[in-house]
Ligand binder design. Sequence first.
Ligand code: HEC
Length: 157
Amino acid sequence: MNGTQIFSPNRILAAAILSLHLIPAAASAQAEPRERDIRIPRVPADELPRVKKLVNPIPPTASALREAKELFSRSCAACHGAEGKGDGPVAVDNRIDPKPRNFTNPEFQRLRTDGELYWVLTHGSHDTEMMRMDFFFTEEELWKLILYVRSLGGADP
Ligand code: HEC
């Protein structure tokens, strides 16, 4: 090992995000991309009761949020937007459909438990560009990212 990580998780993630640029922008006649209905859970029904109860083990300290903000701007903002409105440049340029979730929507924040967000981060959201992220981040980082997603929705950090 010489310390050079050719297949480092961040590089793979960056490559995955950039590969979206290869998809030609859809014809302008196409309907505007929209978010999927928030009221439909992303977690399969048989797993939902268990998943809903998962509790974020990381306390929302200033340093956890600072770290998460850094991770978010590097790996999530391209699609979700710097402020989490679902309007990141990669999503807009590629007309990603369904649109990335808008985290500033209070209804989204109210309807989803932390456990459900964790499930999406570890499984992806089926049939969307939201891929599983557990290849790229530790469990702890994923929970920190969830703290950050909550803070974008105005939750008390
Ligand atoms: C390639 C674009 C893309 C990237 C990069 C991306 N997302 Fe997403 N994300 C999406 C899309 C599209 C959806 C909407 C999925 C849906 O409607 O089911 C989504 C949905 C979500 C949801 C909500 C799912 C729900 O329950 O409605 C969470 C939480 C999320 N993303 C977190 C993240 C985090 C954290 C990162 C960075 C580690 C990230 N995303 C990176 C495209 C992306």
